[in-house]
Design a protein around this ligand. Structure first.
Ligand SMILES: [Zn+2]
Ligand SMILES: [Zn+2]
Ligand SMILES: [Zn+2]
Length: 279
């Protein structure tokens, strides 16, 4: 009985229709439609009031549609630093949310909001010549999943951890002498250690990191969240590295100041993606 199943999947045609129906409410118009492919014009309203027009092609062949500029105009066809995959396809997987398939009008509206945020970040990137550091996005879907985990842990542990994570100050460090421990550090300073094997914080009787005054072990699920945080950070770093290793031989657009890939023109010094920079 499909009507009783929350997992009932819409057809691609139905998803394309949901997206089309939400366009006008999101600074966009559908110019034409061919099967499950939508051609849209986005009139992106920048904070300055300026309108930037993007002609986009939205291909719906699964619940997470593929989007690209119909003709590359504002954006390069490939730049992993800018979250543009090969063929000019936008990498829209948001770290702060789980993958969000379109299933109804409200998820279609969320999808449009995500797309507009992405285009606004692209505009900011073009003027800064770097991805805005206040909106760090993991590169590649696997890394993004771990970033999402890390963000949920930080949110559970309170605003201080959200801020430290947002500023890229937190690092998970395994020391050669004690590889069974993972240390969480704020810049150089040790915050706490986790037993990797047991996935638990070494000092459970310490005051909770959220500032409640309770012992960590007795404060909601904070002991679990605190243990998961450095593990998620470590996995995120590992997946980022794998992402850049896989793309190493590709040539980037050369439009940004710094890029871990070979530049199209002059080869600049490469920089690992996770190097902390002052925001
Ligand atoms: Zn690039
Ligand atoms: Zn991406
Ligand atoms: Zn707590």
């Amino acid at each position: 009985m499909w009507w009783s199943s929350p997992m009932f999947a819409l057809s691609n045609g139905q998803i394309a229709t949901l997206i089309a129906e939400q366009a006008e409410a999101h600074e966009a118009s559908v110019i034409s439609r061919s099967g499950n492919v939508l051609f849209v014009l986005v009139r992106l309203r920048r904070p300055s009031g300026k309108i930037v027009r993007y002609h986009l092609t939205i291909e719906v062949d699964d619940p997470e549609p593929d989007v690209r500029e119909t003709t590359p105009t504002h954006l390069p066809v490939y730049c992993p630093n800018r979250h543009i995959n090969g063929g000019g396809y936008f990498c829209l997987s948001f770290p702060e949310a789980d993958p969000l398939p379109i299933a109804d009008a409200s998820s279609a509206a969320d999808w449009w909001k995500r797309l507009l945020k992405y285009l606004n970040l692209q505009e900011a990137t073009s003027s800064l010549r770097r991805w805005p550091s206040t909106h760090e996005w993991a590169h590649g879907r696997d890394a993004a999943l771990h970033q999402g985990r890390a963000e949920r842990c930080a949110a559970a542990l309170g605003p201080r951890f959200v801020e430290l994570l947002g500023q890229r100050r937190l690092k998970a460090v395994r020391r050669g002498g004690a590889p069974t421990f993972l240390q969480l550090r704020d810049r150089g300073r040790r915050l706490y250690s986790v037993w990797v094997q047991d996935k638990r914080v070494a000092t459970l009787r310490q005051p909770c990191l959220c500032g409640s005054g309770l012992p960590l072990v007795a404060c909601a699920d904070h002991a679990q969240r605190a243990a998961e945080l450095p593990l998620a950070l470590e996995a995120w770093t590992r997946e980022e590295k794998r992402f850049w290793d896989l793309n190493r031989e590709r040539t980037c657009c050369g439009g940004l100041r710094q890029c871990p890939l070979r530049k199209a023109e002059a080869a600049g010094p490469s920089q690992p993606p996770l190097t902390a920079r002052a925001a």
